[in-house]
Design a protein around this ligand. Structure first.
Ligand SMILES: Nc1nc2c(ncn2[C@@H]2O[C@H](COP(=O)(O)OP(=O)(O)OP(=O)(O)O)[C@@H](O)[C@H]2O)c(=O)[nH]1
Ligand SMILES: [Mg+2]
Length: 419
């Protein structure tokens, strides 16, 4: 087994941050580092009114960290916030140690955990976009030195080549991902003459999304007490108590300060979430920072333009809350309608009923080719829905309509009985 990298964590406490927030964020960074295969040797927190442009922390503090790194044989210094390419370079020069930030660490974990071709492409895209300005930074530094003697030669040329190659690779990955996206869309359109409602699980990493998918569907998605256990989307078909079929899909978890590059790069995966009819926002009841986690998830949903999508907030891991009176209070704080424990299958029936209730009000588009021998379906559409388009041909009627999911399911079962 390779030797675990020894890490020093660094955070800034700005006015308005409380101790608890910083500690919690550093605990999470520790977990991230652990997931990436490192070990935390020490933490440094500095109070400052704002970050410094050159080093993020103060220069004096950076010099102290240099000494600690030498004494404690630190391999990597991890900043809890994102650094500019310039800050990262200055810190590296001063501390003489590898410097990474939260984004770099998350990208590293994603790179280790991506399995599918699409997942790997998405991570590579995010990594290259993260890397590019850092290379450009170095290039600019060289040209600012005036070029000419001492700066000419393979260094600069190599940099130009690297930059060009990276840009070409980025363009290639983007077009590959676009092809994946188009293929998915086609697939979705094909399966959508009568759409099956899609319920997407979203939530903070480690909230229990995959555990819930497994509990509801008997799937066998890997569950781990680690951050970002799931990167690739999985979809399963389940039946609600009223026998209606829904697709339920599990995807990558969210985290606070989620790098923008990753939200961008994972758009193809997150499209599953964007296309879903209902979101189930899974919330870890036992996490000390439940409010912040809920806020982080809502922030990312807003970044994806999904803040108005129908959603059911679900309080999970209630078995871990010792004081049962607290559960109602936590549910209120989290805005949760249902409290469950996915691991013990507690209250899953209540959750399914809640999904059923939501679906009754949701409208969907259906497009059908009916023969004239199916008047009951036609009259059902007229009674329960709204016809958007109809074409009466010699032997069939082509009809596009908007109906609620319950009616769609009834039509689907009538059509299936006929075949
Ligand atoms: N006690 C308890 N533990 C749970 C419950 N649900 C999930 N867990 C545990 O929480 C940890 C994370 O569960 P996952 O299902 O992997 O969480 P996730 O949301 O899919 O996480 P990512 O894929 O990393 O985003 C695992 O150790 C689960 O066993 C629950 O209801 N009660
Ligand atoms: Mg998971």
């Amino acid at each position: 087994m390779p030797k675990k990298e020894r890490a020093l964590l660094v955070a800034l406490r700005l006015p308005g941050n409380n101790d608890h927030e910083i500690e919690d964020s550093l605990d999470e960074l520790t977990q991230l580092l652990h997931t990436a295969g490192g070990v935390v040797i020490s933490r440094v927190v500095q109070d400052r009114p704002k970050p410094t442009p050159a080093y993020f922390i103060g220069k004096g503090k950076a010099e102290q960290i240099h000494t600690v790194c030498q004494e404690s044989e630190i391999d990597v210094v991890v900043f809890d916030d994102n650094l500019t390419p310039g800050q990262q370079r200055n810190l590296e020069n001063l501390i003489q140690c590898k410097i990474i930030d939260r984004t770099g660490l998350i990208l590293d974990i994603f790179a280790q955990r991506a399995h599918t071709r699409e997942g790997k492409l998405q991570v590579e895209l995010a990594q290259l976009e993260y890397l590019l300005p850092r290379l450009i930074g170095k290039g600019l530094l060289l040209s600012r030195l005036g070029g000419g003697i001492g700066t000419r030669g393979p260094g600069e040329t190599q940099l130009e080549v690297d930059r060009r190659r990276i840009r070409q690779r980025i363009a290639k990955i983007k077009s590959d991902l676009e092809a994946v996206r188009k293929h998915r869309k086609l697939y979705r359109e094909k399966r959508q003459s009568i759409p099956t409602p899609v319920v997407a699980l979203v939530g903070y990493t480690n909230a229990g999304k995959s555990t819930l998918l497994n509990a509801l569907s008997g799937a066998n998605v890997a569950v781990e007490d680690k951050l970002f256990a799931t990167l690739d989307p999985t979809t399963r078909r389940i039946k609600l108590p009223n026998q209606q079929t829904v697709l339920i899909s599990d995807t990558v978890g969210f985290i606070r300060k989620l790098p923008h590059q990753l939200v961008e790069a994972f758009k193809a995966t997150l499209e599953e979430v964007a296309e879903a009819d209902i979101l189930l926002h899974i919330i870890d009841a036992a996490h000390p920072d439940i409010e912040q986690q809920v806020a982080a998830v809502n922030g990312i949903l807003a970044e994806l333009g999904l803040e108005n999508k129908p959603a059911i907030a679900v309080l999970n891991k209630t078995d871990k809350v010792k004081n049962k009176n607290l559960i109602n209070c936590l549910a209120r704080i989290a805005g949760a309608k249902v409290a469950i424990a996915a691991l013990n299958r507690l209250n899953l029936d209540k959750l399914l009923h809640q999904i059923e209730r939501q679906l009754q009000h949701l409208l969907t588009r259906i497009s059908l080719k009916l023969t004239y021998e199916e008047p009951s379906i036609l009259s059902l559409i007229h009674r329960k829905g709204r016809v958007l388009n109809s074409q009466y041909l010699d032997d069939r009627i082509i009809i596009e309509a908007e109906v609620d999911f319950k009616t769609a399911a009834i039509i689907d079962s009538k059509l299936n009985k006929q075949c």
